[in-house]
Design a protein around this ligand. Structure first.
Ligand code: SF4
Length: 371
């Protein structure tokens, strides 16, 4: 049976080349092609001898995600639907960086579906279908990296705000684990993918963020296994009562434990934990909530992203009747935080017209209307 090169560890790959009687640098060359130059086939690896490429084609293969669909938002966001080898599918979202130019943030998925069932999230409605393998996580960056390079030539790239088609420096600058799935529930594969990003693709750890709904024991483990990677916590409530309702994971890891893990999370100087706070009208957007949030964040170097709730689709309205607060209430909430010295930024949801915004990803799967 042919071996999937991307499914092999570096040690296994080194052994593979040893067994073929090849010098160790051949392994490095292939890794370079796979992860730096995003090669999709051995035939692209032109600095390998032709007879070696032929042997590789006979004995191994390079798995690639199958791009099934691309959707372009009016704000320049692109959403990709990728098919996996077993017929499952995932979505990744490419967001132009705020300052424009040719840099992009890629929001990647870590699971097909998600077991955590947050009330505001389309992915949660799917339940968990399976976790992604490390190379399926990394392949999202490889596949979209190739697309980014060709953006000026594609219809979606033309006229994009800030994109300079005359410069050849288009690239993914940041990676965030905020797509489908809870990354810390697929811990081993996420850690391997993080190593691929930093050791093989050359991303700085500072440019990568892992976002969790609050799987507390794994937050401690992340600090050990992937130090320096940015931590983001999807908080969304200031009392256990409300958080239990909108984020069932809170019943296992309540706020007290979550905030303790954040307080103990080792941060290098000038680094902060990002807290995402989706604002729901009448549920978590009162002045009391803002005051409680200030208290919760005490002793944690933090930045709060205030995200006005994005109704995913009419079928996702559940018994909680989640609604977006008025602009006035959002600004009031922010102002209370600012007065207490908490950095709080109102984040405009990108890609909501193509269901690519926070909580809207479902990779074309049907979701239940009631839960
Ligand atoms: S918000 Fe994140 S953790 Fe919650 S259900 Fe959606 S994907 Fe899972």
């Amino acid at each position: 049976m042919k071996k999937n090169f991307k499914g092999l560890t570096q040690d296994e790959l080194t052994r593979f080349f040893e067994e073929l009687g090849q010098k160790p640098y051949r392994c490095k060359q292939v890794l370079n092609w796979l992860y730096k130059k995003s090669a999709a086939s051995f035939d692209e690896m032109t600095d390998l001898p032709a007879d070696l490429r032929e042997v590789l084609n006979r004995t191994a293969y390079i798995s690639n995600l199958d791009l099934l669909q691309t959707q372009a938002s009016s704000d320049g966001t692109l959403k990709f639907l990728f098919g996996l080898e077993d017929g499952e599918s995932i979505e990744s979202v490419l967001i132009p960086n705020v300052r424009g130019g040719n840099k992009f943030t890629l929001c990647i998925s870590s699971q097909v579906g998600c077991a955590l069932g947050c009330a505001f999230c389309a992915t949660g409605r799917l339940g968990i279908r399976r976790s992604l393998r490390s190379y399926e996580i990394a392949d999202q960056v490889t596949a979209v990296g190739r697309i980014v390079k060709s953006l000026s030539a594609s219809p979606a790239g033309e006229g994009r705000k800030g994109l300079d088609p005359h410069k050849d420096d288009r690239e993914i600058s940041n990676i965030v684990f905020m797509g489908m799935g809870e990354p810390l529930n697929n811990f081993r594969n996420v850690v391997v993918a993080l190593r691929i990003f930093t050791e093989l693709m050359g991303f700085s750890k500072r440019k990568i963020a892992v976002s969790t709904a609050g799987v507390v024991p794994k937050i401690y483990e992340l600090a050990e296994k992937a130090p320096e990677v940015n931590l983001a916590v999807s908080l969304n409530a200031t009392t256990d009562e409300i958080r239990n309702k909108i984020m069932p994971v809170n019943r296992i890891y309540p706020l007290k434990d979550l905030m303790k893990a954040c307080r103990e999370y080792p941060l290098s100087p000038r680094r902060r934990i990002t807290f995402e706070y989706v604002l729901f009208d009448g549920i978590n957007d009162s002045e009391e909530d803002a005051l409680r949030l200030i208290k919760l964040l005490r002793g944690i170097r933090s930045i709060v992203n205030l995200i006005p709730y994005n109704p995913s689709s009419p079928c996702l309205q559940n018994t909680l009747m989640l609604r977006t607060p008025s602009e006035k209430k959002i600004l009031q909430f922010q102002s209370v935080l600012h007065k207490a010295g908490v950095i709080a930024i109102i984040r405009k949801s990108m890609g909501s017209d193509i269901s690519a915004a926070c909580g809207q990803l479902k990779a074309g799967y049907a979701v239940n209307s009631e839960q």
